[in-house]
Each structure stands twice: as structure tokens, then as C-alpha cells.
Design a protein around this ligand. Structure first.
Ligand code: HEM
Length: 392
């Protein structure tokens, strides 16, 4: 962690409430120096963040000079085929378009019975040998992993391998060799699957592999993006949401009494917890004056902080409080602009089903350890919990 201007980045969250953005991110715009010595803007205001994410003068392509590198090993991966998360249009749009039908709301709605079955089975298994239990390992992680495996055509039996490698890849404190070897292990694995060398592949991976307009590295890296984005995020949201509800028992009670509030509650939890805690990286391709007056020069990197944007007092009055009846629909937890989360209909369905089922089936759900013994994941791009010991 490097000390910069007058704030450390990434700043610790836990100085106050662990659900709140770090108090150090109070200023609208701060110049800081990243771990690699490169300067960068930290932008925290809702309108500034939205501009950075939707204005074409900001690039998501990490090969551009000045792009902020958050994970140490990412620097070394610059020459690898990038996923469309790290490409600008039109290349980004060409690749993303190949997947949009797979994640349409209508498609995801049809997946709900299957997701409910996965949730019920995970809960049955947890209840069969608990309490106590670790909600992360037994519920929050298996649900999105099983769903994305089915969708991609990746054998769930390999979950210990790909979960471990994706955690290593997202660890901002890991040495570069760790990130690189995790990336290589995962791309090799997905290349084997996509090329049919590891037995039969079906699902999205096979569909992509069958296309003549995609190279094998493009297929593998797209599979990698979906596999990692598809399980790490939703798993952390599920466990962190459960903890937030346990800390706000009146909100949990409200949801038990009025289960029809679940969809709005999930939006509020997405807003309140905003698990992409590191900020979204972009680099300016031209001089841009942001709505708040900050002038970002061409070649300067920026980090758009979703967590502080989602606490904007004008849009979300009293936003430091969790309120499951709030209209939180304008939150930026899934990003904004052309890169806005492709998997959001799926993430919403998984969270709605997992949380409502958990609340309904375990009315006496509680923490099995004191709150200050709960271990948070501060060192990864995606905020979350290492484990969540629960009882009922
Ligand atoms: C609660 C769960 C999730 C959260 C909070 C989340 C958040 C985000 C955010 C903030 C971005 C924008 C990144 C940027 O602009 O730099 C993003 C992009 C993306 N997400 Fe998610 N995500 C979640 C779940 C999922 C799931 C379940 C999938 C897939 C199955 C997924 C696939 C993607 C993909 C492919 C992109 C890249 C889109 C693009 O570059 O066009 N995400 N996500």
C-alpha cells in the first residue's frame, strides 16, 4: 500500500463501519500515486463517475499509456489477448454482442426454476450438517459457481481449482508471478475445454468455439471473464448482504414479513454494499473537464469510485443507512455506459432467490461469532468476506 498526497490507496474500510466506503475517499477528486509509482485521479462523485464511464474520451483499454494498474501482475499481462472488459468500441461491441442474447432478462427468467433448485439443494446440504456452518463455502460460493458452470459448459467438479485461481488473480497484493500463473492456469484450462481436448464442451464456451470469427485465445479469455465475473461477484454480494441483514435485524424482519420487497431490497443492498471497492479504471484520451470542474488531462488515469457515488445524498437521501424500501434503481453498482455489467439480470435473479430463500427457511439465522471476528476480504478488487460463520 502506498502513501500518497494525504491518503493511502487502497484506503482501509474498517476504520469505521465495514460496509461504508473508506472515510479517506471524502474529497470529490484526489490525486494519488499507485503502488507502481504512477499518478492517478480518484473520483468519488456520482456525476463525475457517470461521465468517466460513459464518455468515449475515457478508455477502458489497459494497453493505453497512463491506464491505472490495480493488480500487480496485470502489467505483465498487457501483451496477452484482452477480454472485452478491457477493450473500447468497436472491438468491445463486436465481442460483447456475441453474448447479449445469453444474458437477456427473458433468458434469465427461464433459468429461475433451475437457480431455485440449486439454492434449495445448497441450503438442504448446509442444514443437514449444521449448525454452525460457513455461509460463504456452503451457500454463497456454490450457487453462482454452479450456475455459471452450467451456462458456460465448465465442469463444476473443477470448482476448487478455478475458485482458487480466480482469487489469486484478483488479489491486489499478490506478487506479479502469482497473478500471471493464475491467469495462465485458467486460460490454459479454458482453452483445453473450448478446443474439446478435455472431453465434451457445451454451453456458451462451445458456442463461442464454434464461431469462425473468433480466435481460440479470444474464446478462452471471454470464458475466463465470464467464469471469474460470474461467480466471485455474486458470491461476495450474497455473503455480505446476509451479514448486512443480520446487522440490521429490523430490515431483515421487514423482508420476512413482506417477501415481495425482495427485488427492491436487492437493488438497495447492491447500492449500500457496492462490492467493486477498488474503483473502475479508465484513462483519458483527451483533456476532459468533469461536471464537478476537475480537469483530467489526456493520458491521465482515473478510478471511478462506485461506492462513494452510490452514497450520493441528492439521489439517495440518508444513503449511509440501509433501507430495503428505498428506490435505489439509479445505483452504479453494475457500472454505467457501454461496459455496464453484462451479467446483471443473472446476478439479480441469483441474489433475489438466494436471499429470499435463506430468510424464509432459516427464521432464526444468526452470526455464530461476534461481529468483530468476521473476516473481510480487503485485499481483492471485489470486496467481500473470507467466511461467515452462522447458526440458526
Ligand atoms: C452482484 C454481482 C455483480 C456485480 C456487482 C458486477 C459488477 C460489474 C461492474 C461494476 C462492471 C463494469 C466494469 C467496468 O466498467 O469496468 C461489470 C462488468 C461485467 N460483468 Fe458484472 N457484476 C456482477 C455479476 C456478474 C455476473 C453474474 C456476470 C456473468 C455471468 C458478470 C459479467 C460481467 C461482464 C462480462 C462484464 C464486462 C462487460 C463489458 O465490458 O462490456 N457480472 N460487472
Amino acid at each position: 500500500m502506498s502513501i500518497v498526497d494525504d491518503i493511502a490507496f487502497p484506503a482501509p474500510r474498517q476504520s469505521g463501519c465495514p460496509f461504508d466506503p473508506p472515510p479517506a475517499y471524502r474529497r470529490r477528486a484526489t490525486r494519488l500515486t499507485l503502488w507502481d509509482g504512477n499518478p492517478c485521479w480518484l473520483l468519488t462523485d456520482y456525476q463525475d463517475v457517470r461521465t468517466v464511464l460513459s464518455d468515449r474520451r475515457f478508455s477502458a483499454d489497459a494497453r493505453n499509456p497512463g491506464f491505472p494498474i490495480l493488480v500487480r501482475g496485470q502489467q505483465e499481462l498487457r501483451n496477452e489477448t484482452p477480454s472485452f472488459l478491457r477493450l473500447d468500441d468497436p472491438e468491445h461491441a463486436r465481442l460483447r454482442r456475441m453474448l447479449t442474447t445469453e444474458f437477456l432478462i427473458k433468458r434469465v427468467e427461464a433459468m429461475r426454476p433451475g437457480i431455485q433448485r440449486i439454492v434449495d439443494e445448497a441450503l438442504d446440504a448446509m442444514v443437514a450438517h449444521g449448525p454452525p456452518a460457513d455461509l460463504v463455502a456452503e451457500f454463497a460460493l456454490p450457487i453462482p459457481s454452479l450456475v455459471i458452470c452450467e451456462l458456460l459448459g465448465v465442469p463444476y467438479g473443477d470448482h476448487a481449482f478455478f475458485q482458487r485461481q480466480s482469487s489469486r488473480m484478483l488479489d491486489t497484493t499478490a506478487p506479479a508471478e502469482t497473478t500471471r500463473s493464475a491467469f495462465e492456469a485458467l486460460t490454459e484450462y479454458l482453452t483445453e475445454l473450448a478446443s474439446g481436448r478435455q472431453g465434451r464442451a457445451d454451453g456458451i464456451l462451445a458456442k463461442l468455439a464454434a464461431r469462425s470469427d473468433l480466435t481460440l485465445p479470444e474464446v478462452a479469455v471471454t470464458g475466463l471473464l465470464l467464469l471469474v465475473a460470474g461467480h466471485e461477484t455474486t458470491a461476495n454480494m450474497t455473503s455480505l448482504s446476509t451479514l448486512a441483514l443480520l446487522r440490521h435485524p429490523t430490515q431483515a424482519e421487514r423482508l420476512r414479513e413482506q417477501p415481495e420487497l425482495i427485488n427492491g431490497a436487492v437493488e438497495e443492498l447492491l447500492r449500500y454494499l457496492t462490492i467493486i471497492g477498488s474503483g473502475l479504471p479508465r484513462v483519458a484520451l483527451a483533456d476532459v473537464e468533469l461536471p464537478g470542474g476537475t480537469l483530467v488531462r489526456a493520458g491521465e488515469g482515473v478510478l471511478g469510485m462506485l461506492s462513494t457515488a452510490n452514497r450520493d445524498e441528492e439521489l439517495f437521501p440518508g444513503g449511509a443507512e440501509l433501507d430495503v424500501t428505498r428506490d435505489a434503481r439509479r445505483h452504479l453498482a453494475f457500472g454505467f455506459g457501454v461496459h455496464q455489467c453484462l451479467g446483471q439480470p443473472l446476478a439479480r435473479a441469483e441474489l433475489q432467490i438466494a436471499l429470499s430463500t435463506l430468510l424464509r427457511r432459516l427464521p432464526t439465522l444468526r452470526l455464530a461469532v461476534p461481529f468483530d471476528e468476521v473476516r473481510f476480504r480487503n485485499e481483492t478488487v471485489i470486496y467481500g468476506l473470507r467466511e461467515l460463520p452462522i447458526a440458526w
